[in-house]
Design a protein around this ligand. Structure first.
Ligand code: SAM
Ligand code: SF4
Ligand code: SF4
Length: 385
């Protein structure tokens, strides 16, 4: 005889069932149907945080004051297993997700991460296309792992590197980690044949702004695309102030004053970066010199075509980086006697169809940043960057 279903699960399923029932459009999601949120945005991109741990302490993300030696990480059993992640990812892919990014915390700290990549690489879209699998990493373990990741099916890697100057970088990661080891990781990724490599640099006023041009020079012509990111007010531990952010426009001006740039078209709808190509002597883009990207998440909100969902380390679904609350999918997942793939898919679809998030747009239209903040904001290391 099957075990009785715990009462709290029954209540949660009831609530989710009425969520779906209350939204008539949620009923129409089947093969071929087009899933959209309330603002007409499709679901295309899924970011999965596989661990809340990290070996760096970047002050803009996991400052030592909040993530000290006594910080309590999630226990292992709280994390979604690889099988659970893959089962959920399959539902997301059936609903339109074309790209999956593995992130964290530091994703390469999760034991056996290449096995997860292998499992995700077997997923296919409803029309049989392979899914684009990417990872964002601080690069500290990449030299050791690049070949295995590539063999497992990783197609893209984004390495975070905030400075080339060793003293600046070590201060920023706050654990004394040297630049050279991150650069070796990038080289190892290139040697392993990972074709699409990007570098993310978060620019902070008075901290690493002097590194903008040296970083651009260093990566020009290497096949690695450098992307400058505006420092964001994500989470509630980094003490963000608008004055600490360097606007994307200023970054563009600084690079262009030394290395001529011309604007390039977006590669895909919902792309977060404004692309700038390096120009040759005739003022035309020279693909051999490559390009940079500028992600102006604060000064030029791109909520209008945001197609990203985030799955936290413990299986909560967030429809926005700044959403106060996530939806607990783990609790559903761990009761196989009550939850079928159809229910999971229906719940995810219903959550997406009710989505109205546009935090960054609201932030830009308010004089006080704090007016737009939800009371609890998840940390980037938990929700996945
Ligand atoms: N540990 C990995 C890494 O650093 O690449 C993956 C997780 S990290 C949270 C993902 C990305 O978020 C990194 O590129 C990091 O620079 C960026 N990030 C973290 N906090 C940020 C903030 N406050 N503003 C802008 N970007 C931030
Ligand atoms: Fe760690 Fe990445 Fe956050 Fe830095 S940005 S503390 S490397 S999770
Ligand atoms: Fe997307 Fe939210 Fe960022 Fe807007 S604020 S771009 S909705 S994640």
């Amino acid at each position: 005889m099957s075990k009785p279903v715990p009462i709290h699960i029954v209540r949660q399923l009831d609530r989710l069932a009425s969520t779906i029932a209350a939204d008539p459009s949620a009923q129409s999601i089947g093969p071929g149907a087009r899933l959209q949120d309330r603002r007409g945005r499709p679901l295309r991109d899924l970011r999965i945080s596989v661990t809340d741990r990290c070996n760096f302490r970047c002050a803009y993300c996991m400052p030592k004051a909040a993530f000290g030696k006594d910080h309590r990480y999630l226990p292992h059993e709280a994390l979604l297993s690889f099988e659970e992640i893959t089962r959920l990812a399959r539902q997301f892919v059936a609903l339109g997700v074309q790209k999956i990014r593995i992130t964290g915390g530091e994703p390469l700290l999760r034991k056996g991460i290449e096995q997860l990549i292998e499992q995700l690489a077997t997923l296919r879209s409803p029309v049989g296309d392979a899914i684009d699998i990417a990872m964002t990493t601080n690069g500290s373990l990449l030299e050791r792992k690049a070949r295995a990741l590539k063999a497992a099916g990783l197609q893209r890697v984004t390495v975070s590197l905030d400075a080339l100057d060793d003293a600046v970088f070590q201060r920023m990661n706050d654990v004394g980690f040297p630049v050279a080891k991150v650069l070796s990781g990038i080289e190892a990724a290139q040697a392993a044949g990972i074709a699409n490599i990007k570098v993310n640099m978060v620019v902070q006023r008075g901290v690493n702004e002097q590194q903008i041009v040296p970083m651009a020079r260093f990566f020009q012509g290497t096949g690695v695309t450098l992307r400058f990111i505006e420092y964001m007010d994500v989470g509630s531990t980094n003490g963000w102030r608008m004055d600490d952010m360097v606007a994307g426009e200023e970054v563009e001006r600084r690079v262009a004053s030394e290395l001529p740039l011309i604007p390039l078209h977006a590669n895909a709808p919902g792309e977060t970066a404004q692309r700038w190509g390096y120009a040759d002597a005739r003022g035309e883009h020279d693909p051999r010199l490559g390009e940079i990207g500028v992600i102006s998440s604060v000064t030029q909100a791109f909520c209008g075509d945001c197609n990203r969902a985030r799955l936290s380390t413990e299986g909560r679904l967030y429809s926005c980086l700044f959403a106060g609350q996530g939806h607990d999918l783990r609790q559903l997942l761990r009761n196989p006697s009550t939850v079928t793939d159809e229910t999971l898919s229906g719940v995810i679809a219903a959550i997406w169809q009710r989505r109205t998030d546009r935090y960054s747009e609201q932030r830009s239209s308010r004089s006080s940043i704090h007016g737009a903040l939800p009371t609890h904001r998840p940390e980037m290391s938990y929700i996945g960057g």
